[in-house]
Write a protein that binds this ligand. Structure first.
Ligand code: GLV
Length: 318
């Protein structure tokens, strides 16, 4: 009998074409919204392949509902939505889509850095509301970027690309975690402990995966350590930041601002966040360029097909 694949969301056509040409049986949830967990469990009952997204919860209950499952292919680089340990114990392969979105996510972190420090969304609203009555010495003052200290937490692929993009801005670059010879060589970056990074940076950008040890890595204590003129940028995963605490410090003006692409209870926002001027909010669009999303879709499908065909797959996590 032919193997069957379930695709949990509408994805770019390039991925759909590859799936349709694969020869496997297909079932697709061709919508932009995720299926509720019970509906997803129903859909995977007789499939060997599941192609899912970062907001599909692939936990033990889902895996148990799919007795024939051979592969879970996540169209995302992060895979904190999947119980990889449980999948492994059941002999199910898990794949992700690394590499493709490195530059686009690093670029978005820079876009957010500029947007918050130079108050671009606020300035745009100001113009559209017809409030511009002429140049004023004290209008929309923001923070400097060139020559400032950039703190990069997490220097994997995306964090490294983000740090390297600072080259034109003559910044002092600090990073925490494992030594990164490329950053040391290219930027004379300094590998420092987290507390030093938080204390000394003018911009702190998060590029770490969500793991237990990173939950609320930036919380009450860390906000207290930050300079009152510093900005926080999060394009990694929401729960790395204690969002309720962030709202409190932003409200109190304890830090200069924050720019977020990811949220602790995504897609819900912590109450108070949207009422603040010193925050810029984006809807998890780090990888959202046409070419990148096309390539992500193709890679996620390709990973699934390779495993179902018994081929090796370089993007296999477990
Ligand atoms: C996006 O957040 C991803 O993990 O691919």
């Amino acid at each position: 009998m032919n193997k069957k694949i379930f695709l949990s969301r509408r994805i770019p056509d390039a991925g759909i074409r590859l799936l349709k040409d694969s020869g496997f049986d297909l079932d697709m949830h061709q919508q932009d919204e995720p299926l509720p967990p019970e509906a997803l469990r129903e859909k995977v009952r007789d499939v060997q392949g599941l192609i899912c997204l970062l907001d599909d919860t692939i936990d033990a209950a889902l895996i148990n509902a799919a007795p024939k499952l051979e592969v879970i292919s996540n169209m995302a680089v992060g895979y904190n939505n999947i119980d990889t340990g449980y999948a492994k114990s059941r002999g199910i392969a898990v794949c992700n889509t690394p590499g493709i979105l490195t530059q686009s996510t690093a670029e978005l972190a820079w876009a957010l850095l500029f947007a918050i420090s130079r108050r671009i969304p606020e300035a745009d609203t100001f113009m559209r509301e017809g409030r511009f009555s002429g140049w004023k010495p004290l209008l929309m003052l923001g923070g400097d970027i060139s020559g400032q200290t950039l703190g990069v937490i997490g220097t994997g692929r995306i964090g490294t690309a983000f740090a390297l993009m600072s080259k034109g801005f003559n910044m002092r670059v600090l990073y925490s975690g494992k030594p990164n010879p490329e950053l040391d060589k290219e930027l004379h970056a300094e590998n420092v402990d987290l507390e030093t990074l938080i204390r000394e940076s003018d911009f702190i950008s998060l590029h770490i995966p969500l793991r237990k040890e990173n939950h609320h890595l930036i919380g009450k204590k860390e906000f207290t350590l930050m300079k009152p003129t510093a900005y926080l940028i999060n394009t990694a995963r929401g729960p790395v930041v204690d969002e309720a605490e962030l709202v409190r410090v932003l409200k109190a003006g304890r830090i200069a601002g924050a720019a977020l692409d990811v949220y602790e209870n995504e897609p819900a926002l912590t109450p108070g966040l949207t009422e603040l001027d010193n925050v810029v909010l984006a809807p998890h669009i780090g990888s959202a360029t046409v070419p990148v999303r096309n390539r992500l879709a193709v890679m996620a499908v390709d990973n699934c097909l390779k495993i179902l065909r018994g081929e090796s797959c370089e993007n296999r996590i477990v």
